[in-house]
Design a binder for this molecule. Structure first.
Ligand code: FES
Length: 296
């Protein structure tokens, strides 16, 4: 294994600290996620990110990027739950490494000759990947904000200044996503966000009541008790439904709902998609009523 240095995400000092943590916690202390990104040459790459919690550093969750040198990575087919749609104008808002999915969007918008701009915030210039790429693609359409030396951008002002027909695409920490979503809702601006982790569990959320699932195409009805996820109940019924994160953020287990009202607990669907209730993610979601009929 070697560290990905080309992004400049880690200083030598940070890498030393990360190695010390790795030595201390061993493989069991790591949580790995698979990510895809586009490099500066436009090549789609895939890698594994190992998440390590560094105690004593204000509970910061640090992302340690590891390149599996010389190993073959098995990559599932690509799914896009953050597509770039057509709009009159676009504002891209990135926080930290959340810039990753916005880089190909910026490239595409530039190629289209679209009306777009981007704001990219990071905690220290050395942590901000893709700066050169974004500068090359967008020039002064892209604003870089190093929050260690400059105030955070005024999101209300930025979003409030958008013309009708604009759309905001945002990816970054949960706090940024929540703030942008809230401001866009208040301003009546369409907003699309991308999450890289599950939602924080709501302490007031109702426990998982028993749910009856009719798997219409299979002709099977199964009951998930309060302690069983609907995904597991579907599998217990003999169906091989694909999954990945099983925390409601990757979108892999998406299932069409034919009847009944899902109790959405994922972070993938937009507000409008939740309201429509046509699809849901059984790894985390439940039902508002007693029964759901699924297209399985
Ligand atoms: S497996 Fe990731 S959303 Fe269900």
């Amino acid at each position: 294994m070697g560290f990905i240095k080309k992004f400049g995400l880690w200083t030598e000092e940070q890498q030393e600290a990360a190695r010390a943590v790795l030595a201390r916690v061993g493989a069991e202390g790591l949580r790995t996620i698979r990510v895809s990104f586009v490099d500066q040459h436009g090549i789609l790459c895939h890698c594994v990110i190992a998440m390590v919690e560094l105690s004593g550093l204000a509970n910061q969750l640090a992302a340690l990027s590891l390149l599996l040198v010389g190993k073959t990575l098995v990559v599932n087919h690509v799914r896009n739950h953050f597509p770039l749609d057509t709009a009159d104008s676009y504002l891209l808002i990135a926080g930290g490494i959340g810039v990753t999915p916005l880089v190909p969007m910026a490239r595409e918008l530039a190629a289209r000759g679209a009306d777009w701009s981007a704001v990219y915030c990071g905690h220290g210039a050395h942590t901000m990947a893709f700066r050169e790429e974004l500068t090359r693609v967008g020039g002064d359409r892209v604003s870089f904000v190093d929050t260690t030396v400059a105030p955070r951008p005024d999101l209300k002002e930025l979003i409030g200044a958008l013309a009708p027909g604009a759309v905001v695409y945002c990816c970054g920490p949960a706090g940024l996503l929540d703030a942008v979503t809230e401001i866009c809702e208040a301003a009546g601006v369409r907003c699309e966000t991308e999450h890289f982790s599950a939602a924080t569990p709501d302490p007031d959320a109702a426990p998982g009541d028993e749910v009856e699932l009719e798997l219409r195409e299979s002709g099977i009805t199964v009951v998930a008790d309060a302690d069983t996820t609907l995904l597991q109940a579907i599998r217990d019924a003999g169906l091989d439904l694909e999954s990945d994160c099983e925390e409601g953020y990757c979108g892999t287990c998406e299932t069409r709902v034919l009847e009944g009202t899902p109790d959405h607990r994922d972070v993938v669907l937009s507000k409008a998609e939740r309201a429509a209730g046509k699809t849901f993610f059984p790894c985390v979601s439940r039902a508002c009523g007693r029964k759901l009929v699924l297209d399985l």
